[in-house]
Design a protein around this ligand. Sequence first.
Ligand SMILES: NC(=O)c1ccc[n+]([C@@H]2O[C@H](COP(=O)([O-])OP(=O)(O)OC[C@H]3O[C@@H](n4cnc5c(N)ncnc54)[C@H](OP(=O)(O)O)[C@@H]3O)[C@@H](O)[C@H]2O)c1
Length: 290
Amino acid sequence: MKRVLVTGASGMLGSQLLLDAPVGCVVVGTDLRPDAPVHVPGVDLADPAAVRALFEAHGPFDAVLHCAAWTAVDLAEEKVAEARRANATACEVLASACARAGARLVAVSTDFVFDGSATSPYAHDAPTSPVSVYGLTKLEGEQAILRLHGGGSAIARTQWLYGPRGRHFPGTMLALAKDKKQLKVVDDQIGSPTSTLELSPALWDLARSRETGVFHAACEGEASWFEFACETFHLAGVAGLEVSPCTTAEFPRPARRPAYSTLDCSRLAKLRGKPMAHWRDALARYIKET
Ligand SMILES: NC(=O)c1ccc[n+]([C@@H]2O[C@H](COP(=O)([O-])OP(=O)(O)OC[C@H]3O[C@@H](n4cnc5c(N)ncnc54)[C@H](OP(=O)(O)O)[C@@H]3O)[C@@H](O)[C@H]2O)c1
């Protein structure tokens, strides 16, 4: 791969992909905001003319790593059109552009395509059934990509992301720990906390491969948000804070979340010859390095 486009390049995941670009590969980062600190700011990927101009001026690209999305899960419940534009229409436009240009497309998706009623990890080909606008529009994006560029694309579903930049759960917990003596954290949602430091190299491997279709890409093991919080406090050396478990019902949010959404990542592990790190090891690395 000589030239790769990364979308959502100022976001939590995209910014890590820029840092992890393989030696000798020219990476062009783009994002929506006109002042985004990327190579090509101010590009709305749902606008076909803007994407055509991006490919003409900055291509040809061997691959596109697509991280741009509407990620405000609760706000998506009221801003349905905006969420669909970012999560579904942008995938359609990008998939068509990649198909025309013969570029490989690796698009990041989510565990929210599942309803969370499973009791063991979701296989990459398990039936989908989103219970939120965010999950539904991300699934529409996946489907558009597979329809328009199925022979040249891979979908990487991930979950519970955190990393050195952006807003995320461990960051919020550590900020709350500064002011509070007591904290309640949801203990009846289970998933796999996933560090962008671990996901980014996996996505680069996917970009280099020729495999197509859906992959699950998350750290190994599973936890509740409560366990994730406790491990974060333990690793960060937070003392004097009383953390107790609570239920989802005690902490109502506009968007429904899957109760259980651990992903079976064996297809990706086979492709890479190894699984991603266990979430506890990945969190320890993150706390140590940031
Ligand atoms: N965060 C998680 O826990 C999580 C879990 C599972 C999957 N994912 C998926 O992982 C990917 C990366 O997530 P992230 O947390 O790194 O996201 P992020 O930090 O919110 O970054 C996404 C970026 O995409 C931009 N964007 C939105 N609409 C756009 C459009 N129409 N055209 C161009 N750019 C647009 C956003 O710009 P604005 O900020 O200006 O809107 C933002 O800079 C996404 O596909 C997300 O769905 C995330």
